[in-house]
Design a protein around this ligand. Structure first.
Ligand code: FAD
Length: 411
């Protein structure tokens, strides 16, 4: 997805090295009964690994469907495969994870490209040589463009926030056109209130490469993510219960609980809610091809939505007469909303540290996934971490040592 830079890769300290999927994990001496809370990618992948190792796995999912936020369903009116909770593109450099998804889905070629409407023009993102030349009305070659952008950048040896970092890297014009309004809408605060660190990896290219992701493997599951996750869960050792909320008090019935729900949800949010942004999708249908691409960002501050997604373009191998689109709005997440993006600013970090300390003091429960560890995780990282978590559990059990509260520290 095109998460706008922010808060993306924080707090991902693995407590163990990656599990090699070709290695056989130890089989527990007695049949353990584990609960997987959540049938998203985390619960499904870890559940499958434990079922294959001989555990009895009960998956409990509060929603009426599997796949969590990756859930896809075909629109009965148009036939288009809709990414219900927002667009999901599979991309990874992890060959074993790529092999893993290909085991459960036919992955179709899909190369993600994003366009942006800014100041009444359409540009290619991430900012590349075409964007720069078009924006400034130039015909610069790479070295000249590099020097041109450097001339516009503001000297600052120690940028203190997102805005200062952006001005130092790309200068005011590009910052205002492509980052300032979008970031403000996405995070509901001034870019000056966001840390500088999140812009360290600003995608800025001095060539005509307009690929959104640089990963070696990219694709889309032909039959959607929900079909893929249903196949992962299809194992004789797994029992799935949909529409079934799990609360901490249910834990006694299991040898171990893997919780991919919200970390603060385990504690009934008793010391406060960890802050999230949520999304509202305004869905509409249209004849033919409405915008000509899968994702169009709207970077101007006075346009209230952040982007429009046209779902049929995620399946270029399919043909549909009609189209389904989502206009996407970002806002603060209230108690009844779906938490999408964790806000990991100073106040949230302090509250997170308190919840993490409490979680680490528990026994018999491990927190995992994007909500359980309060981090933004791409799907490939989610799969990798779920496999590592299951592998770690099997090794700890074999060695007779307790499984920690987190396989990957959220701090
Ligand atoms: C808008 C958006 C776009 C994204 N786009 C991409 C992309 O393009 N590419 C990419 O790689 N990644 C993308 N991601 C990330 C991707 O969604 C995550 O990697 C993935 O969903 C993480 O899976 P998970 O199982 O950890 O969490 P989830 O998918 O959130 O699953 C957790 C599940 O637990 C259930 N649950 C919670 N509490 C309870 C409870 N008490 N009892 C029972 N069930 C419970 C929930 O209902 C949910 O189904 C995107 C994320 C967002 C928000």
């Amino acid at each position: 997805m095109n998460l706008p830079l922010c808060l993306k890769r924080q707090g991902a300290r693995s407590l163990e090295s990656d599990t090699d999927m070709t290695e056989q994990p130890p089989i527990p001496a007695r049949k353990l009964h584990v609960a997987m809370v959540g049938a998203g990618l985390s619960g499904a992948v870890a559940g499958r690994a434990l079922a294959e190792a001989g555990c009895r796995v009960t998956v409990l999912e509060v929603r009426p469907h599997v796949a969590g936020n990756c859930h896809t369903e075909r629109c009965p009116e148009t036939g288009v495969m809709v990414h219900v909770y927002g667009p999901h593109i599979f991309h990874t450099d992890d060959a074993q994870v790529w092999e893993y998804v290909n085991r459960f889905a036919t992955m179709m070629p899909y190369h993600h490209r994003v366009r942006a409407t800014a100041q009444d023009q359409v540009y290619a993102l991430p900012v590349n040589l075409h964007t720069i030349n078009q924006f400034f009305g130039q015909t610069l070659r790479p070295d000249a463009a590099r020097a041109f952008v450097a001339e516009r950048s503001q000297d600052n040896a120690d940028p203190q926030n997102f805005e200062e970092q952006a001005l130092q890297m790309i200068g005011r014009e590009l910052y205002e056109a492509f980052f300032q309004g979008y970031t403000t809408k996405q995070w509901g605060c001034s870019p000056r209130a966001l840390p500088a660190a999140i812009l360290k990896r600003l995608p800025l290219r001095f060539n005509y490469d307009d690929s959104y992701f640089a990963h070696r493997f990219q694709g889309m599951p032909r039959d959607g993510y929900t079909d893929m996750v249903a196949r992962i869960l299809d194992h004789s050792g797994i029992t799935l219960h949909l529409n079934t909320p799990f609360v901490a008090a249910d834990a006694d019935a299991f040898d171990h609980v893997f919780w991919s729900g919200p970390l603060d949800g385990w504690f009934d949010h008793d010391i406060g809610h960890l802050g999230y942004r949520t999304l509202d999708f305004e869905r509409f249908t249209a004849p033919g091809d409405w915008q000509g691409c899968a994702v169009m960002n709207y970077t101007d501050a006075d346009m209230p939505f952040t982007r429009i997604t046209e779902h049929k373009h995620f399946a270029p191998w399919e043909a549909h007469e009609k189209s389904v689109l989502y206009r996407e709005y970002s806002r603060a997440c209230g108690p009844g909303d779906i938490p999408y993006y964790p806000i990991r600013l100073v106040a949230e970090q302090a509250l997170l540290a308190r919840y993490v300390a409490r979680a680490q003091a528990l026994s018999g429960v491990t927190f995992m996934g994007r909500l359980g560890s309060y981090r933004y995780l791409d799907m490939d990282v989610t799969i990798r971490e779920a496999l590592n978590t299951a592998g770690m559990f099997l090794r700890q059990t074999h060695a007779g040592t307790p499984m920690p509260g987190f396989a990957v520290s959220p701090l």
